[in-house]
Structures are given as structure tokens and as C-alpha cells.
Design a protein around this ligand. Structure first.
Ligand code: GLY
Length: 337
């Protein structure tokens, strides 16, 4: 087994460790609360990683698609927890990608008003983003992730063995989120091997979350590239997956920063080099999307409390920029057509 990296998410009495490496799932037992006598393992039939929980456990399968990320699924899980007699001294273990850890985390946050949860991330996107930082939730017919809670896990496992069988498209989605971290710090992430790079992404996220757990300000930086991405996901009715949309959103954010005079063209080129060349991700706007529709959707973004709002690069690094006029946004979109 290669070395397992341990990254701490420093949140005072709710601090926890993220284990990153091949075979890390074997260390799961070290993350379970000492009080836990039993575990409710929430996963999907399609998840390839089978964890060896060191305590008696029951397995609950949830559906594989986004359509199962609902309050109904959370209700079914909580009824299952009640039937098995799960208590606040026990633990929920979410094993899967972001859908599983978001749903398992929200069920854990809600059942008995909160039971401990440990996540075992099995996708790249889960490892570098979804499983870390305590955002949990489900969709409503009216929109994505509209109901949820901040509920920090007691620990997270990122076992790279799970990536060996991850479908290419899911891997690309992870690269979309991973590319984002290249622009949040000046780190040369490409110089790192995969384990170190994932561990560094977790460290960057942990530092941001520790400084602003409930997204009063700085945590919004983790949404770099996401304003257009969320609009694209909705406009394409999710034919474009989240990480694919983030890749396009990063390029758009670089163009917009350039149009607004915040960065030079060489910085836009750097975005292309990382997103398009290094990670091999598509960077063009999908054909047939109406720009007016994207503008309308971006106005509804959760960050847009004061006009069109984006996370943009600039002389002081990446920051939240509110009150952006329509015209520069249209100009940046036109460059991507
Ligand atoms: N995915 C962004 C965040 O956790 O804040």
C-alpha cells in the first residue's frame, strides 16, 4: 500500500481528517466515532468500492440518478435508520460520489437532529469537492440543492483505488472541479502526482472552509467558474454534467475578467492551457444555447444578491465581483460562441 496522506479540516471541536491514497478505505475504522456501535452504510448498487466496516452495519442503497436526490429518498433512509434502531451514538457512512454523500449527509444531519457521518468518496469530484466541507442537501422540482444543511463529517476517505474503474466521463467531471484549484492559489498542481494533487486540492478547500464555514463570504471562491456552469446545467437540462459545465465556466470567467480589464490575455491563455490542454476538457459553449437564457439563469444565481455576480480573477487573485453589467457578460459569451 502506498502512503496515505492525512489532511486536517480545522474547525475547532468539529475538526476532522481526510485520508487520501490508494487503499485508504482500509483505514476507515480510524475515522469512526469511538461511541459508534453500529453503522448505516448509504451507497448505490453501482458503487465499486466495498468497505469493510469494523462494526455491525446495515447497507441502504439509493438510486443512481439525480432524480433520486430528493426529500423522499432522505425520508426512506431515515425510516430505515429508525427500523434498525440507529442512535446518535452510532454513525452513518456515505460511500459514493457527490449524490450519495450529499444525501447521506443530509439524512445524517436530520435524523435524531443529527448523527455523526463519515464519507467515503469514490469519484474524483467527490474527493476534491463534494465530500469535503459539510454541504449536504437534496433537489426540489424547483431547483438543485434547494434544501440542505451544513453538517460536517467526522472524517472523509479518498481511496484512489476507486478511480481505476471510474468511467471516463466521471473522471472528466472531476478534472473540471480540479482545474478550478489551479487558479485559487499559485500552486503548480500539475507538478504533483495524483495522490498529492488530490491531497493539495483537499488542503486548499479545507483552508477556505475553515475560514468561512457557512459561506458568509470567502467560501464563495470555491464557486469559481460555477455561475455560468449552473446556468449551462439548467439550460441543457443536465445533458452537460456539473464538472463539464465548470470547465466551460472557468474559461468564461477568464474571458469576463479580461473584458473587465481585471486580467490580461495571457491569463486567459493559462486557463485554456490548464482546462483544455492539460485536462483535455471541452471549453466551447454547447451549440444551440440562447445567450438571453443564460443571462436570465445567471441572474437567479444564489450569489446574485446585488446584480449579476461572479467569482473573477484579478490583480488581487480570485474574488467575488457584484453588480456586473450585461454588456461585458455578453461580450465574454460572444468570445466563446
Ligand atoms: N462546492 C463548493 C463548496 O463546498 O462550498
Amino acid at each position: 500500500m502506498t502512503e496515505i496522506r492525512r489532511v486536517r479540516v480545522p474547525l475547532a471541536d468539529r475538526s476532522y481528517e481526510v485520508l487520501v491514497g490508494r487503499g485508504a478505505a482500509a483505514e476507515l475504522g480510524t475515522l469512526l466515532p469511538g461511541s459508534a456501535r453500529r453503522a448505516a452504510v448509504v451507497t448505490q448498487e453501482t458503487v465499486p468500492l466495498h468497505i469493510a466496516a469494523s462494526i455491525p452495519h446495515e447497507v441502504f442503497h439509493i438510486g443512481a440518478d439525480e432524480q433520486h436526490k430528493t426529500l423522499e429518498t432522505v425520508g426512506e433512509l431515515c425510516r430505515g435508520f429508525a427500523r434498525m434502531g440507529l442512535t446518535r451514538n452510532d454513525v452513518v457512512i456515505g460511500v459514493g460520489g457527490g449524490l450519495v454523500t450529499d444525501v447521506a449527509g443530509f439524512a445524517a444531519a436530520s435524523y435524531h437532529r443529527g448523527v455523526p457521518v463519515v464519507h467515503v468518496a469514490t469519484t474524483l469530484l467527490g474527493m476534491v469537492d463534494a465530500a469535503i466541507g459539510g454541504k449536504t442537501g437534496v433537489n426540489l422540482p424547483e431547483g438543485k440543492n434547494l434544501v440542505g444543511a451544513f453538517w460536517q463529517p467526522s472524517g472523509v476517505v479518498c481511496d484512489l483505488d476507486a478511480l481505476d474503474t471510474l468511467p471516463d466521463r466521471e473522471m472528466r467531471c472531476g478534472y473540471g472541479e480540479m482545474a478550478k484549484y489551479h487558479f485559487l492559489t499559485g500552486d503548480d498542481l500539475l507538478a504533483l502526482d495524483m495522490t498529492s494533487r488530490i491531497a493539495r486540492c483537499v488542503e486548499i478547500k479545507a483552508e477556505v472552509v475553515a475560514s468561512d464555514e457557512r459561506e458568509g463570504g470567502r467560501r464563495a471562491l470555491l464557486n469559481y467558474g460555477h455561475t455560468l456552469a449552473h446556468a449551462l446545467e439548467t439550460a441543457t437540462e443536465h445533458r452537460l454534467a456539473h464538472g463539464e459545465a465548470v470547465a466551460i465556466g472557468l474559461i468564461f470567467a477568464a474571458h469576463l475578467a479580461n473584458v473587465l480589464g481585471r486580467v490580461g490575455v495571457e491569463r486567459v491563455d493559462e486557463h485554456f492551457a490548464v482546462v483544455g490542454e492539460e485536462y483535455g476538457l471541452a471549453t466551447d459553449l454547447p451549440a444551440g444555447i440562447e445567450v438571453a437564457r443564460l443571462l436570465e439563469l445567471m441572474r437567479r444565481d444564489k450569489k446574485a444578491l446585488d446584480g449579476l455576480t461572479f467569482v473573477l480573477d484579478g490583480p488581487d487573485g480570485v474574488e467575488v465581483v457584484a453588480g456586473v453589467d450585461d454588456q461585458p457578460v455578453l461580450d465574454a459569451l460572444a468570445r466563446m460562441a
